[in-house]
Design a protein around this ligand. Sequence first.
Ligand SMILES: Cc1cc2nc3c(=O)[nH]c(=O)nc-3n(C[C@H](O)[C@H](O)[C@H](O)COP(=O)(O)O)c2cc1C
Length: 184
Amino acid sequence: MKLINFNEIEAKERYKLMAGNIIPRPIAWIVTENDGVINVAPFSYFTGVSSKPPLLMVSIGRKKPNINEPKDTFKNIKETKKATVCLVPIELTEKMDKTSEVLPHNVSEADEFNVELKRIDDNFPPIVKGCKRAFLTTLYGTFEKDEMATIPFFLKIEKMYMDGEFEPVARVGKGYAKLCEMKN
Ligand SMILES: Cc1cc2nc3c(=O)[nH]c(=O)nc-3n(C[C@H](O)[C@H](O)[C@H](O)COP(=O)(O)O)c2cc1C
């Protein structure tokens, strides 16, 4: 038996314990658009938190190696108040993983990694082509304290995109997993 005191271990260790045991986690593949540059990045501190109003929560951190700079997705949502949250089908796992690379703010992951986009609504950033589910969201609010390395963003779902069957990929620790069905 072990009782781990989270106040006495490093953040990296806490992350390992949380990401390896709170499983599986869905992945929000977020598309934002700012000054004509499209940004695409995955986030798995992500879940649905309420249906009245319909809210998602995504926790977004700072940019490595300069931890004083917010990630592009963070900056873009704060500035434009909009985000398109795509859910990731198994077949796009590798592509999604690539888009987690840190790029300068004015460089689009979509261009850099050949991620095809599809405009489905003029008022929101496009979806990643091939995604079968996506939420078109507006910023509802954030929860911020000085000590927080990642900031929870609450996003309100304005529209949901659905297209055919969807087999999602999930995050387990640093790896990925398929979901399997539980039979009762
Ligand atoms: C599957 C996966 C899940 C991730 N989850 C998060 C997360 O929940 N929060 C976070 O800040 N970064 C997360 N990251 C790292 C970001 O994707 C990465 O920092 C990315 O460069 C951010 O891009 P941006 O600066 O274009 O917003 C994750 C990466 C991967 C591959």
